[in-house]
Design a protein around this ligand. Structure first.
Ligand code: AMP
Length: 284
């Protein structure tokens, strides 16, 4: 496994793959790898002959009061996992390598309305930062395929839209959410949870499942389902950011009995922000 700290190193390593038309998959991550990330790598291996993983805690996607400084950084353990997973190369640049200029001197993208709803309301910096780093990684590595987790569903569809709107020659593949046995979606931020919070956390997924079941038995009063779920979570000690039943394709509010919906949620347990979602395809 080749470990590259600089853009020129990773590009030098990848050059022969591009020259020989060997398919390359990229798995972008912020490190602190868990089984969710490893499932993306497995998916990448099905898609391409060479798998590159990036490890970079991207400062641009954190707001001024968010957890950039305390975000778990576990590079040694990550490299061991990546070695074991037999990835071809790891790209782990320092901040200065990707952003040699101060943030306010960088060119950014003007993002559509989709980025200003759900997570975009509480985290106004987030999607801007993600899209800048993803665009840079795509340009540096020029992968044929890139893998993103369904756990970050809004991010996934915004990346897909960016690729389409800006004609990046990359195929975006999504990978299902990996959960703990109690249903809690795996996340690097779960390490912030105390034992007590950890025992409460699976309620977020259970609440999504409850809404799904209600819709499947014919309840179409979505606003009521959302507000009941919010009340339930808040009573149990969550501070709910949003619970939303939306159309799967563009996260707009469903107008009629649409076929493909998604139920998304973000909620805090004290300082820790958890997000999750489940897809729901209604039987016709
Ligand atoms: P992160 O390191 O949290 O920025 O995540 C890197 C990638 O892993 C993103 O595409 C995430 O959607 C994906 N990911 C994170 N957690 C999970 C999970 N539990 N299951 C599947 N994919 C995940």
């Amino acid at each position: 496994m080749k470990t590259c700290l600089t853009i020129s190193e990773i590009q030098y390593h990848i050059k022969p793959f591009h020259r020989d038309d060997i398919k390359v998959a990229l798995v972008p991550t912020m490190g602190n790898l868990h089984d969710g990330h490893l499932s993306l790598i497995k998916m990448a291996k099905k898609q391409a002959e060479k798998v590159i993983v990036s490890l970079f805690v991207n400062p641009l996607q954190f707001g001024p009061t968010e957890d950039f400084e305390k975000y778990p950084r576990t590079v040694e353990a990550d490299l061991e996992k990546l070695q074991e997973a037999r990835v071809d190369a790891v790209f782990m640049p320092k901040r200065q390598e990707l952003y040699p200029k101060p943030e306010d001197e960088l060119i950014k993208m003007d993002l559509p309305q989709l980025t200003r709803k759900l997570c975009g309301i509480t985290r106004p910096h987030f999607f801007q930062g993600v899209m800048v780093v993803v665009a840079k990684l795509f340009n540096i590595i020029q992968p044929n395929v890139a893998i993103f987790g369904e756990k970050d569903y809004q991010q996934l569809i915004i990346v897909k839209q960016m690729v389409k709107d800006l004609n990046f020659p990359v195929h975006i593949v999504s990978s299902p959410t990996v959960r703990e046995s109690n249903g809690l979606a795996m996340s690097s931020r779960n390490s912030y949870l105390t034992d007590e919070e950890r025992s409460k956390a699976p309620l977020l997924y259970q609440t999504l499942c409850h809404i799904k079941n209600q819709i499947l038995v014919g309840d179409t009063n979505y606003r009521h389902l959302e507000s009941m779920a919010r009340k339930k979570l808040n009573t149990e000690g969550f501070n709910t950011d949003y619970i939303a039943i939306r159309t799967k394709t563009d996260l707009t509010e469903p107008e009629s009995d649409q076929e493909s919906l998604i139920i998304l949620a973000a909620a805090y347990l004290n300082q820790t922000r958890l997000i999750d979602n489940i897809l729901l395809t209604r039987p016709i």
